[in-house]
Design a protein around this ligand. Structure first.
Ligand code: URA
Length: 156
């Protein structure tokens, strides 16, 4: 496998568009901190987005845009073959087909994409605006870490 965990965001923002890499702006700096706190090192994780082009005014990608980019996302995940996927925010959660029908509980509930366990959690850009939700987000990440520890090296 290319990486144990794949983080899936929404789409490129201004800086991501400039640099051609996902999560290099402010939200990316927080994501890097979250990843470091999980004890992951380079090579353990992969970062990508639902859509590959920057939506105008940083709006959430429309369904048709997400669908147009789905084959790329699918190809990325097929190559990386992660043990776990972290869906960052509702957009990724929805487009990975893991949105819990109970709208009050969309995060922290395990889902599945192509047989790979998916943990939906808050988007780091949201956490920058609403830091009081960092604690539940951390619980979601810890749930992944304990499941990953249980897997051990078995799936490597
Ligand atoms: N937000 C996202 O969803 N993706 C990025 O790459 C950057 C910010």
């Amino acid at each position: 496998a290319g990486a144990r965990i794949a983080f899936v965001g929404e789409g490129p923002g201004y800086y991501e568009d400039q640099q051609g890499s996902p999560f290099v702006g402010k939200a990316g700096q927080l994501l890097d901190k979250m990843i470091a706190a999980m004890g992951l090192s380079e090579g353990d994780y992969y970062i990508c987005n639902v859509v590959k082009c920057r939506p105008p005014e940083n709006r959430t990608p429309r369904a048709d845009e997400a669908i147009a980019c789905k084959k790329w996302l699918q190809e990325q995940l097929d190559i990386v073959k992660p043990e776990f996927i972290v869906a960052l925010g509702k957009c990724a959660t929805e487009h990975l087909g893991c949105l819990n029908p109970d709208v009050r509980r969309w995060r922290g509930v395990w889902g599945e994409w192509a047989g790979i366990p998916v943990m939906p959690t808050y988007h780091p850009a949201f956490l920058l605006r609403s830091p009081q939700f960092k604690r539940p987000a951390w619980e979601d990440l810890q749930a992944i870490m304990s499941r990953m520890a249980a897997n051990g090296d078995a799936e490597r």
